[in-house]
Design a protein around this ligand. Sequence first.
Ligand code: PLP
Length: 399
Amino acid sequence: MNDSEIMDVEDALQLHTYHKMRLVLEKGSGVYVYDRSGRRYIDFMAAYGVVLLGHSNPAVVDAVKTQAEKLISCHSSVYNEARAACLSRLAKISPPGLSSFYFSNSGAEAVEAAMKLARRATGRVGFISFSGGYHGKTFGALSVTSGLKYRKPFEPLVQGVTFGEYGDEEGLDGLPFSDSAAVIVEPVQGESGVKIPPRGFLKAVEKRCRESGCLLVVDEIQSGLCRTGKMWAHQHSGVKPDMLTVAKGLGGGIPFGVTMVAKRLAEHVEVGDHTTTFGGNPLACAAASAVIDYLLKNRVAERAAGLGEVFGKRMLEMKKSKIYRESRNLGLMAALELRTRFNGVLEEALRLGLITLYSGRNVVRMLPPLTVSEEELEEGLGLLSKAVSKAEKDVSSTS
Ligand SMILES: Cc1ncc(COP(=O)(O)O)c(C=O)c1O
C-alpha cells in the first residue's frame, strides 16, 4: 500500500474517534521516528507520553522478544515468573505503603479499578474530582473527567461526582469529602495543558482526606515514571496517596495499566470483584520490568529534572514572540501556551520535522522520551522556535 492508500483505508474503516495528522510512520529509534520515504521527525508527542524510553529501546525490545518466545499469554488465575518479577519491581518503585497491585491494560482501566475499590473499601458512593481533570473515557473514568464535550453526549454517567476548582485551596471547604469514597487528582494536569497546582494545594487535599476518611487517589498516568524529575509527580508535594494509577509508558509500548493500592484497602477486595482477561499478561509484565530497571539504573528521574531546566529556559526565550502567552514545565512534561490557536505552530513544526501534541485550543504540549539527549532537545526546541516565528508572521500578515 502507498501512503494515500493506507490513509484511505484507515479513514474508511477505523471508527472516526481520533483527530489524525496526515502522517504515516514506519519506524522509530530513540527520539526519532521515520515516515516511509525515510524522512526523520523528532518525536515530542511520543505517542502521548507512552514512548518513555525512546522508540524501540533495546532493553524493552530484548525483554519483549525473550518473553514472546517463552510465553505470551498466561491468565492471572495461574502463576508466572514474569508477573512475579514485575510485581517485585513495582513494589520497589511504588510510594510507601502502596504494596498491592491490580493489573489492567490502559489508563482508564486503572482508574476504573481505583474507583470500584474506593467504593468497596469505604462503603461510600461519591467521588471528588477537579476542573481540567482528565482520567480517561470509559464510563467510570469519564465520570471523573471534567471536559463537558467528552461527558455530555454520554450522560447519565456514574452518579455522585463533585468537581472542585483545581488549585483552589479555599474552595476545598465546599467539597463533600465526608460523603465521598475518594478524591481523584492529577499532581500535574496533563490533558488540560500541563497545569501545575500552587504549592500546598495537594497537601490541603490530603489533609481534608485524612480528616474525613475520603481516600486520596493520585492519577500519575501521564506524570509518573520519572517524567517530572521524580519517580512520581506527587512526590514534589510530599503527599501520601492511598492509591495511585499508572499506565502509558509503563509497558514500554505494550498496553499496560496498574492500580497501586494500600495494603489496608486491598483487604476489602474479594475474589471476582474486579478482573480482566489480559491483566498481568507476561509480555506486558516483562516489558514493564525492563522499563523499571532502565529507569532505576540510568537515574532517569535526575536526567529529566536536569533536562527540564533546559526545556524551561528555551521555551522562555520564545517570550519575545507576540503569540507567546506562557510556558510551563515540570521536568519533561511541558506546554507552550499561545495567544493564538495551536494549529499554526503545530502544523509548521510538523512541516519542519517536529511532532508535538496539543491541549485545548491554544496549548502546544510536549512529552518527549526521557532518554532524549540535550542536543536532541535543543534541536527539537530550535524547530519549535522557528514554528512559533512563522506562525507569528502568518498571524501578523492576516491581521
Ligand atoms: C492523567 C490521565 N489519566 C487517565 C488517562 C487515560 O488513559 P488511557 O488513554 O490509557 O485510557 C490519561 C490519558 O491520557 C491521562 O493522561
